[in-house]
Design a protein around this ligand. Structure first.
Ligand code: IPM
Ligand code: MG
Length: 374
């Protein structure tokens, strides 16, 4: 029986290439709705620099309300170079994202790193090293140094950022990470800096105690400096990596080079009531408005949303469509500088593959259908 429940999805296009990749995500949702007879209600809202321009607030109250009542949120990207050059700017677009995470308590950020056979050559790492990589980073997202007390004293000449974690904050994400490990290769690695930081020592003792509840999971511990190196020299050793907010930010960006392009990576941020799906890449302002951005990270994030809804068939279908494009070499310019397709062409194609259940792509037709292909 198809699940006919109406699902409300709040769409936050954001800044830079955000609106362009989001347009392709919307096509993907519509294709799944059409093919499997689901009903999705999409509602847009402002966030980031766009929201500052229009309301003075990077995360307006109206956006918060729409996000709170949604079954899921899809976000494009946030950030505008106008604010990067001014370290004294009082309001920053990124604050919108941090507020969104905090107010909706999206405490677990899940970032899968996977390699696609056809794209192995794009990674700066040796193919031998990366060909079996399939790992997921579980990054704590609403605590730690990002949200501790911060400030300045001595006339602004001294600054501080406090890093604070509670047992409960660690436990709730650690449980999700252990449960994910149970469904996979049953390996979990906690990454911390327990040789120096008190918060890391708390992480370690909490996770060590919890490991007894998951005896089948092989639990290991690495310091962040060592983990950063291991990720480059032997990334296939990892299954689930569990870590705090700042370490997860750095490690997930480092891990993204394994896949060859930041544009391919998807993520989910999960709370008790809310969930948000977004590509890992930023707003890439240089590419905005040119229809050259890679929409696959956002489309794969939509796939993660369906999986979160328990719609595994639909999630598999999104992944199949993306892999079909990759296998056929239908890629954006970040992945193929010679023959490439536009962001919207990729979105249209993904729509057709899903809606019409295509198993093959007629490249000639695709080329003739558009004049913008180089
Ligand atoms: C990320 C980003 C954000 C973060 C920024 C934009 C605030 O780098 O989602 O990884 O640091 O969490
Ligand atoms: Mg980051």
């Amino acid at each position: 029986m198809p699940d006919r429940r109406l699902r409300n999805i709040t769409i936050l296009p954001g800044d830079g290439i955000g609106p362009e990749v989001i347009a392709q995500a919307v096509k993907t949702i519509q294709a799944i709705g059409y093919r499997y007879n689901h009903e999705f209600k999409l509602d847009q809202a402002l966030i980031g620099a766009k929201a500052i321009d229009e309301t003075g607030n990077p995360f307006p109250e109206a956006t918060f309300e729409k996000c709170k009542s949604a079954d899921a949120i899809i976000l494009g990207a946030i950030g505008d170079p106008m604010y990067d050059s001014d370290p004294n700017a009082k309001i920053r677009p990124e604050q919108g994202l941090l507020d969104l995470r905090k107010k909706l308590q999206l405490f677990a950020n899940i970032r899968p790193i996977k390699v696609y056979k056809k794209l192995l050559h794009l990674s700066p790492l040796k193919n031998e090293r990366i060909k079996n990589v399939d790992l997921i980073i579980y990054r704590e997202l609403t605590g730690g140094i990002y949200f501790g007390k911060k400030g300045r004293y001595e006339d602004g000449k001294i600054a501080y950022d406090h890093c604070v974690y509670s047992e409960n904050e660690i436990k709730r994400i650690a449980h999700l990470a252990f449960q994910a490990a149970m469904k996979r290769r049953k390996k979990l690695c906690l990454v911390d800096k327990a040789n120096v930081l008190e918060t890391s020592r708390l992480w370690r003792s909490v996770v060590r105690a919890m490991a007894t509840e998951y005896p089948e999971v092989e639990t290991s511990y690495l310091y962040i400096d060592n983990a950063a190196m291991q990720l480059m020299i032997a990334p296939s050793q990892f299954d689930i990596i569990l870590t705090s907010n700042l370490f997860g930010d750095v490690l997930s960006e480092e891990a993204s080079v394994i896949a060859g392009s930041l544009g391919l990576l998807a993520s989910a941020s999960i709370g008790r009531r809310s969930c948000l799906f977004e590509p890992i890449h930023g707003s890439f302002p240089q590419a905005a408005g040119k229809d050259i951005a890679n929409p696959l990270g956002t489309i794969l994030s939509v796939g993660m949303m369906f999986r979160h809804f328990g719609m595994d068939i639909e999630a598999n279908e999104v992944e199949r469509a993306v892999e079909l494009c990759m296998n056929e070499g239908i890629l954006t310019i970040d992945l193929d500088v010679e023959v490439h397709y536009s962001c919207s062409q990729l979105g249209d194609l993904i729509y057709s593959i899903i809606a019409e259940d295509l198993e093959q792509i007629n490249k000639r037709q695709l080329r003739m259908g558009s004049s913008s292909i180089i």
